[in-house]
Design a protein around this ligand. Sequence first.
Ligand SMILES: Cc1ncc(COP(=O)(O)O)c(C=O)c1O
Length: 367
Amino acid sequence: MSAPARRPLVLPDFPWDSLAGPRARALSHPDGIVDLSVGTPVDEVAPIVRQALCAAAAVPGYPTTHGTPELRAAVVAAMGRRYGIGAVDPTAVLPTIGSKELIASLPSLLGVAAGDLVVVPELAYPTYEVAARLAGADVIRTDGLTALGPRTPAVIFVNSPANPTGRVLGVDHLRKVVAYARERGSIVVSDECYLGLVWTGAAHSILHPEVCDGDPTGLLAVHSLSKTSNLASYRAGFVAGDPALVAELLGVRKHAGLMVPYPVQAAMIAALTDDEHERQQRDRYRDRREVLLTALRGAGFTVEHSEAGLYLWATRGEPARATVDRLAELGILVAPGDFYGPAGSAHVRVGLTAPDERIAAAAIRLR
Ligand SMILES: Cc1ncc(COP(=O)(O)O)c(C=O)c1O
């Protein structure tokens, strides 16, 4: 018998389909559903960003894959101002069509292949595993690198502040990851899309001088404007870090036509240059978080981590699906922790991304 003509990819099931039952129950609540399951922004895009998009809407030519020099300069300036990251080389910045597509394709684009190893956090945004599978690589879920034994990972994904737990990795932890990766030649991909949404303490970029000593070798920081500037609908992100790795990504992405539309690049410049709309958005989420945190604790939940990001990681010490069902009876839809890994089987992820009125309704129902 001849070899198969192709081997279809085997990817994890799309977990959200399993929420159809609880969603239907929550929708039947007389005062309507409070959907805290998906972290999609609900507040309008800031006028300053919309105006920049519109002002660039007549430009007909292809955008450059590398992004305009103005956009890359705006990224470098914002990373310095907002996150204390000094001296990012503007050539080592690359705009992306949101960060999800970059994360999903990154191992493949960097030549990771079957037999290679990709490390993802124990509880993780599902796209890291998808990225490894798309490349045909093996995946290990762990937060402790000693668990890896003698195998050298090709890519280590870290995510601080984390989805789904809101956990922030301290400088010491991040330094250990960098040192481990440098000794072995592994690439660290640090997903930092919640770095601008910190509620208690401080969170550091992998490119922060206290973490990497000012040396970006082997490091890639992945950023998104979806949450901090409500630009999920625009698809606006970027990656920055090791100039050689960014050049490699740029080369492949040029061939593949993976470029950010020019008007979106213009909108990104406005969003990265104006810190005021970003602060206002952070304040909205801070208020919503306070309301939900108090309500969940009052209803007997324990909330763990959650010191940053857009989710509360909550448990009642029962299976996640039982909590999801119980909350659906109140018309509140949340995500079961098992979506993010087996270690989440007794937790639920409660999103802060709902309008104030819906957050208030959830708090009343939890009483
Ligand atoms: C941890 C994490 N990374 C990346 C993304 C993707 O964001 P986007 O593609 O909108 O930039 C998300 C979205 O929820 C996320 O939670």
